[in-house]
Design a protein around this ligand. Sequence first.
Ligand code: FES
Ligand code: FES
Length: 189
Amino acid sequence: MPSNGRTLRRELYAKLRTGRPDPDDHDQDQNTMSAVEVELTVNGKRQRASVEPRKTLADFLRDDLGLTGTHLGCEHGVCGACTVVVDGEPARSCLMLAVQARGADIVTVEGLSVDGEMNPLQQALWDSHGFQCGFCTPGFLMQITALLAENPSPGEAEIREALSGNICRCTGYENIIDGVLRAAGVTNS
Ligand code: FES
Ligand code: FES
Protein backbone atom coordinates (compact mmCIF):
# COMPACT_ATOMS: atom_id res chain seq x y z
CA MET A 1 0.00 0.00 0.00
CA PRO A 2 1.47 3.44 -0.83
CA SER A 3 2.65 5.53 2.12
CA ASN A 4 0.50 8.53 3.04
CA GLY A 5 2.00 11.86 4.06
CA ARG A 6 2.04 11.04 7.77
CA THR A 7 3.80 7.71 7.15
CA LEU A 8 6.38 9.36 4.93
CA ARG A 9 7.12 11.96 7.60
CA ARG A 10 7.43 9.27 10.25
CA GLU A 11 9.87 7.31 8.06
CA LEU A 12 11.89 10.44 7.38
CA TYR A 13 12.09 11.46 11.04
CA ALA A 14 13.13 7.92 12.01
CA LYS A 15 15.94 7.95 9.48
CA LEU A 16 17.08 11.42 10.57
CA ARG A 17 17.11 10.35 14.23
CA THR A 18 18.85 7.04 13.86
CA GLY A 19 20.29 6.98 10.36
CA ARG A 20 18.28 3.80 9.94
CA PRO A 21 14.81 3.08 8.59
CA ASP A 22 11.90 3.11 11.01
CA PRO A 23 11.83 -0.34 12.69
CA ASP A 24 8.04 -0.13 12.73
CA ASP A 25 7.95 0.35 8.98
CA HIS A 26 6.27 -2.77 7.77
CA ASP A 27 6.43 -1.56 4.15
CA GLN A 28 10.21 -1.98 4.09
CA ASP A 29 10.08 -5.40 2.52
CA GLN A 30 8.01 -3.98 -0.31
CA ASN A 31 10.71 -1.36 -0.93
CA THR A 32 13.42 -3.96 -1.33
CA MET A 33 13.73 -4.38 -5.05
CA SER A 34 14.85 -7.53 -6.71
CA ALA A 35 16.66 -7.51 -10.00
CA VAL A 36 14.81 -7.93 -13.26
CA GLU A 37 16.09 -9.57 -16.43
CA VAL A 38 16.47 -7.14 -19.31
CA GLU A 39 17.31 -7.93 -22.90
CA LEU A 40 17.95 -5.17 -25.40
CA THR A 41 20.17 -4.20 -28.30
CA VAL A 42 22.82 -1.52 -27.82
CA ASN A 43 24.86 -0.33 -30.78
CA GLY A 44 23.90 -3.44 -32.71
CA LYS A 45 24.93 -5.82 -29.96
CA ARG A 46 22.42 -7.92 -28.07
CA GLN A 47 22.72 -7.42 -24.32
CA ARG A 48 21.16 -9.35 -21.47
CA ALA A 49 21.50 -8.18 -17.89
CA SER A 50 19.96 -8.32 -14.49
CA VAL A 51 19.07 -4.81 -13.29
CA GLU A 52 17.30 -3.21 -10.37
CA PRO A 53 13.92 -1.83 -11.46
CA ARG A 54 14.88 1.64 -10.23
CA LYS A 55 18.11 1.86 -12.26
CA THR A 56 18.00 4.48 -14.99
CA LEU A 57 18.92 3.67 -18.55
CA ALA A 58 21.79 6.17 -18.25
CA ASP A 59 23.26 4.37 -15.24
CA PHE A 60 22.76 1.02 -16.91
CA LEU A 61 24.61 2.16 -20.05
CA ARG A 62 27.42 3.76 -18.10
CA ASP A 63 27.87 1.43 -15.14
CA ASP A 64 26.76 -1.94 -16.45
CA LEU A 65 27.85 -1.70 -20.07
CA GLY A 66 30.77 0.71 -19.61
CA LEU A 67 29.41 3.10 -22.25
CA THR A 68 30.47 6.28 -20.51
CA GLY A 69 30.11 8.43 -23.63
CA THR A 70 26.54 9.04 -22.48
CA HIS A 71 26.99 11.94 -20.09
CA LEU A 72 24.97 12.96 -17.07
CA GLY A 73 24.47 16.64 -16.39
CA CYS A 74 21.26 17.67 -14.67
CA GLU A 75 19.82 14.16 -14.21
CA HIS A 76 16.29 15.50 -14.43
CA GLY A 77 15.58 15.88 -18.10
CA VAL A 78 16.67 19.47 -18.71
CA CYS A 79 20.15 19.54 -20.25
CA GLY A 80 20.02 16.79 -22.90
CA ALA A 81 23.56 15.55 -22.16
CA CYS A 82 22.26 12.01 -21.62
CA THR A 83 20.36 11.76 -24.92
CA VAL A 84 20.49 8.42 -26.71
CA VAL A 85 18.42 7.11 -29.61
CA VAL A 86 15.80 4.54 -28.61
CA ASP A 87 13.98 2.83 -31.46
CA GLY A 88 14.81 5.76 -33.70
CA GLU A 89 13.66 8.46 -31.29
CA PRO A 90 15.84 10.68 -29.11
CA ALA A 91 15.34 9.89 -25.44
CA ARG A 92 16.71 11.25 -22.17
CA SER A 93 18.33 8.26 -20.61
CA CYS A 94 18.33 9.91 -17.17
CA LEU A 95 14.53 9.89 -17.21
CA MET A 96 14.08 6.38 -18.54
CA LEU A 97 14.44 3.22 -16.52
CA ALA A 98 16.55 0.42 -17.92
CA VAL A 99 13.59 -1.94 -17.57
CA GLN A 100 11.54 0.35 -19.80
CA ALA A 101 14.09 -0.28 -22.55
CA ARG A 102 13.39 -4.02 -22.63
CA GLY A 103 13.45 -5.18 -26.24
CA ALA A 104 14.49 -1.75 -27.53
CA ASP A 105 17.13 -0.94 -30.11
CA ILE A 106 19.42 1.70 -28.61
CA VAL A 107 22.20 3.72 -30.17
CA THR A 108 24.67 5.64 -28.01
CA VAL A 109 27.45 7.94 -29.09
CA GLU A 110 29.82 4.94 -29.11
CA GLY A 111 27.69 3.48 -31.89
CA LEU A 112 28.27 6.35 -34.32
CA SER A 113 31.85 5.79 -35.40
CA VAL A 114 32.58 3.52 -38.32
CA ASP A 115 35.66 1.27 -38.01
CA GLY A 116 37.03 3.62 -35.38
CA GLU A 117 36.62 6.67 -37.62
CA MET A 118 34.23 9.54 -37.04
CA ASN A 119 31.05 9.29 -39.04
CA PRO A 120 30.09 12.19 -41.37
CA LEU A 121 28.08 13.96 -38.67
CA GLN A 122 30.91 13.77 -36.16
CA GLN A 123 33.33 14.95 -38.82
CA ALA A 124 31.06 17.86 -39.74
CA LEU A 125 30.80 18.96 -36.12
CA TRP A 126 34.57 18.69 -35.80
CA ASP A 127 35.13 20.71 -38.99
CA SER A 128 32.71 23.38 -37.78
CA HIS A 129 34.34 23.64 -34.35
CA GLY A 130 31.00 22.59 -32.91
CA PHE A 131 32.27 21.86 -29.43
CA GLN A 132 34.75 23.07 -26.87
CA CYS A 133 34.83 21.08 -23.63
CA GLY A 134 32.73 18.39 -25.33
CA PHE A 135 30.59 17.53 -22.32
CA CYS A 136 27.33 18.21 -24.13
CA THR A 137 28.51 16.78 -27.46
CA PRO A 138 27.29 13.17 -27.13
CA GLY A 139 23.79 14.41 -26.35
CA PHE A 140 23.84 16.82 -29.29
CA LEU A 141 25.16 14.12 -31.62
CA MET A 142 22.38 11.71 -30.69
CA GLN A 143 19.69 14.38 -30.95
CA ILE A 144 21.02 15.38 -34.38
CA THR A 145 21.31 11.74 -35.46
CA ALA A 146 17.60 11.25 -34.77
CA LEU A 147 16.79 14.52 -36.53
CA LEU A 148 18.74 13.67 -39.69
CA ALA A 149 17.28 10.16 -39.80
CA GLU A 150 13.82 11.70 -39.94
CA ASN A 151 14.70 14.75 -42.01
CA PRO A 152 17.99 14.49 -43.95
CA SER A 153 17.86 18.13 -45.10
CA PRO A 154 16.55 20.23 -42.24
CA GLY A 155 16.45 24.00 -42.44
CA GLU A 156 18.09 26.17 -39.84
CA ALA A 157 14.82 26.79 -38.01
CA GLU A 158 14.13 23.05 -37.84
CA ILE A 159 17.61 22.41 -36.49
CA ARG A 160 17.23 25.10 -33.84
CA GLU A 161 13.87 23.66 -32.84
CA ALA A 162 15.24 20.10 -32.64
CA LEU A 163 18.20 21.20 -30.52
CA SER A 164 16.27 23.58 -28.29
CA GLY A 165 16.31 21.04 -25.44
CA ASN A 166 20.08 20.54 -25.45
CA ILE A 167 22.21 22.87 -23.39
CA CYS A 168 25.78 23.82 -24.22
CA ARG A 169 27.69 26.14 -21.94
CA CYS A 170 30.62 26.69 -24.29
CA THR A 171 29.93 27.15 -27.98
CA GLY A 172 27.16 29.70 -28.22
CA TYR A 173 25.38 27.13 -30.47
CA GLU A 174 26.18 28.78 -33.81
CA ASN A 175 28.97 26.36 -34.68
CA ILE A 176 26.79 23.42 -33.75
CA ILE A 177 24.09 24.66 -36.14
CA ASP A 178 26.76 25.11 -38.82
CA GLY A 179 27.92 21.55 -38.20
CA VAL A 180 24.43 20.15 -38.69
CA LEU A 181 23.97 22.15 -41.89
CA ARG A 182 27.32 20.89 -43.08
CA ALA A 183 26.41 17.29 -42.24
CA ALA A 184 23.13 17.69 -44.08
CA GLY A 185 25.01 18.98 -47.11
CA VAL A 186 23.09 22.24 -46.98
CA THR A 187 26.28 24.27 -46.74
CA ASN A 188 29.98 23.57 -46.88
CA SER A 189 30.97 26.74 -45.06
S1 FES B 1 21.28 14.46 -17.64
FE1 FES B 1 19.50 13.82 -18.64
S2 FES B 1 18.62 15.64 -19.39
FE2 FES B 1 20.33 16.32 -18.21
S1 FES C 1 31.04 22.13 -25.58
FE1 FES C 1 31.17 22.49 -23.44
S2 FES C 1 29.13 22.31 -22.79
FE2 FES C 1 28.99 22.18 -24.92
